[in-house]
Design a protein around this ligand. Structure first.
Ligand SMILES: Cc1cc2nc3c(=O)[nH]c(=O)nc-3n(C[C@H](O)[C@H](O)[C@H](O)COP(=O)(O)OP(=O)(O)OC[C@H]3O[C@@H](n4cnc5c(N)ncnc54)[C@H](O)[C@@H]3O)c2cc1C
Length: 434
C-alpha cells in the first residue's frame, strides 16, 4: 500500500479559504450561508492575518463581527497552524498540519494569502536589533514590551506611522521616523486622501498626532546600521548630509509584496506582482478566486470588500452595486498608494558590494552582481536556499538586479520528511492551464 493510500481521511471542502486575515474572514462570512461546508486554513495559530495578528476579539469590531458569526456555524471548519505545501491532482492539496500531513480536496478555492514586507539590504541590516517595520509591529502585537528602548523606524509607506504608534503603545521611545519620500510627495498623497478617502486621511492624521513629539524626517534614508554585537546607532542620509543617531532597535520596511507562492503553483495569471482578478474576484483559473493583498496592496478595506465579493461569487451570488463601488474606491486607494510609494531605483545604492543579500546563506552582493538571473545565481551561490527559501532575498534581488520572480516549486515551503514521503507518492496536477 502506498503512503498516500494510508492517508485515507481526506478533508473535503466545498469552499476552501486560504488565509484567515481580513480578506479570508470576509470571504468565509459571505460564502458560509450558501456553501455546503467552508474550510478556513491558515498557517498562523490564530485568525486575523497581519493586521489583527493577536487574534480577533470583541475590541476589534470589524474583525469580531466576521469571526463571531463564523465560529457559531458548525459547517465552518478551521485548520490553523497549517500550510499548503503542494498542489496535487484532482483538485487536491497537500497540507502540513500540526497533526501531520493531510490532503484537502476542494471544489472552490479563495486565495487570501496576503503580503509580506519588502526589506532592502543595506550595511548592518543583519545586526541583532534590526527588524522589518511590520516585523517589529508583529512582535509588539505578540506582546513584546519596548519599555525605555530607543527605536528608529525607517523606509517608506503608511505602515511606518502605524508602527510608530505601536512602539509608543509598547512604551518604546521613537527617536526618528525616517521616510524616504519628500514632503511634496506626501502632500500629494494627503490631497488624494482628502479628495476620496477622508476616513483614511483622519486615520493618518490621528497616527501623526499620536507620534508627538514629531521626529519625522522626510527625503531621508537609513544608509547603515552600526554596532558590534547589536545595533547601537544608525546613519541617516539626507542628500549629501549624514547624521548618526543612537538607538537600540531599527525597524525598516519599504512596503509590502504579495505572497504569490500558491498562486504560482496553481498557475493563476499574475501581473505587476499580484494575482489578476476580474470584478467578481475570479482568477484566470476556473473555480479559484483571490482577494485582499493577494490581488494588489491596498490595505484592510480592500481586503474586506474583495473577500466579501469573492465569497458571494463563489457561492453563486452577486455583490450589490454599493459593494461594487466600495471595491472601486478601494482600488483607487491602491493606485494612490502605488503612485506615492513606488520604489525608487536609487534605493539600490543602499546595498554595498559586501552587504549580505541572502542572510540565511551569507551571500554578499558582490557574489550576485555577476549573474544574469536568479536561477543561475542560486545554483552558483546558494542564494535563497536557506531557511526562508528566498522569501526575503528573492524580492530584494528582484528589485536590486531586475531578476524575474523565482518560479515556485513543490514543496512550496520547507516541509517535514513525512510530508515529502507523501508528496513523492502523489501525482502532480497537470490539469492546470499554464
Ligand atoms: C508585517 C505586516 C504588518 C502589517 N500591519 C498592518 C497594520 O498595522 N495596519 C494595517 O492597516 N495594515 C497592516 N498591514 C497590511 C495588511 O496586509 C492589511 O491591512 C490586511 O491585513 C490585509 O489582509 P489580507 O487578508 O489580504 O492579508 P493578511 O492579513 O496578510 O492575511 C493573509 C493570511 O494568509 C495566511 N497564508 C498565506 N499563505 C498561506 C499558505 N500557503 N498556507 C496557509 N496560510 C497562508 C497568512 O498566515 C495570513 O494570516 C501589515 C502587513 C504586513 C505584511
Amino acid at each position: 500500500m502506498s503512503v498516500a493510500d494510508r492517508i485515507c481521511d481526506e478533508i473535503v471542502a466545498s469552499v476552501l479559504i486560504v488565509g484567515a486575515g481580513p480578506a479570508g474572514l470576509a470571504a468565509a462570512a459571505a460564502a458560509a450561508p450558501n456553501a455546503k461546508n467552508v474550510l478556513i486554513l491558515d498557517e498562523n495559530s490564530e485568525a486575523g492575518g497581519q493586521i489583527w495578528r493577536r487574534g480577533v476579539d470583541p475590541s476589534n469590531t470589524q474583525g469580531w463581527a466576521l469571526y463571531s458569526q463564523l465560529v457559531a456555524q458548525p459547517h465552518v471548519q478551521w485548520l490553523s497552524g497549517s500550510r499548503i505545501i503542494a498542489v496535487i491532482a484532482n483538485n487536491r492539496l497537500l497540507v502540513e498540519t500540526p497533526d501531520g500531513p493531510r490532503i484537502i480536496q476542494w471544489q472552490k478555492m479563495i486565495l487570501c494569502t496576503g503580503a509580506r514586507e519588502l526589506i532592502l539590504p543595506f550595511p548592518g541590516w543583519t545586526l541583532p536589533g534590526v527588524t522589518g517595520a511590520g516585523g517589529l509591529q508583529a512582535l509588539i502585537k505578540s506582546g513584546a514590551n519596548l519599555k525605555g528602548r530607543r527605536v528608529v523606524i525607517a523606509g517608506t509607506g503608511p505602515l511606518l506611522l502605524s508602527v510608530a504608534a505601536s512602539v509608543k503603545q509598547a512604551q518604546g521611545q521613537v527617536v526618528a521616523v525616517v521616510e524616504y519620500r519628500s514632503a511634496a510627495a506626501l502632500r500629494q498623497f494627503f490631497y488624494a486622501l482628502l479628495s476620496g478617502h477622508q476616513q483614511k486621511l483622519w486615520q493618518a492624521v490621528g497616527l501623526l498626532w499620536a507620534m508627538k513629539p514629531w521626529r519625522y524626517r522626510l527625503s531621508s534614508v537609513v544608509s547603515a546600521a552600526q554596532g558590534i554585537s547589536e545595533v547601537t546607532s544608525v546613519i541617516i542620509q539626507k542628500g549629501d548630509k549624514s547624521e548618526e543617531i543612537a538607538c537600540d532597535l531599527l525597524a525598516c520596511g519599504f512596503g509590502l509584496r504579495t505572497n504569490l507562492e500558491l498562486a504560482t503553483l496553481l498557475r493563476c495569471q499574475l501581473r505587476d506582482g499580484a494575482i489578476v482578478v476580474d470584478e467578481q474576484q475570479r482568477t484566470s483559473q476556473q473555480n479559484i478566486w483571490a482577494a485582499g493583498e493577494a490581488t494588489g496592496i491596498g490595505g484592510v478595506d480592500k481586503a474586506l470588500i474583495e473577500g466579501r465579493i469573492a465569497g458571494l461569487d463563489a457561492t453563486g451570488y452577486r455583490a450589490t452595486d454599493k459593494e461594487a463601488k466600495l471595491r472601486e474606491k478601494a482600488w483607487m486607494f491602491t493606485g494612490t498608494l502605488q503612485k506615492t510609494f513606488n520604489l525608487d531605483v536609487r534605493l539600490r545604492q543602499l546595498c554595498q558590494a559586501d552587504t549580505l543579500v541572502c542572510r540565511c546563506e551569507d551571500v554578499p552582493a558582490r557574489e550576485l552582481e555577476k549573474f544574469a538571473d536568479w536561477r543561475t545565481a542560486k545554483l552558483m551561490t546558494r542564494v535563497g536556499m536557506g531557511a526562508c527559501q528566498g522569501r526575503i532575498c528573492g524580492v530584494a534581488c528582484e528589485f536590486l538586479y531586475d531578476w524575474q520572480t523565482p518560479e515556485a516549486r513543490q514543496p512550496v515551503f520547507p516541509a517535514k520528511a513525512s510530508s515529502l514521503a507523501l508528496l513523492a507518492d502523489l501525482p502532480p496536477d497537470t490539469s492546470l492551464h499554464g
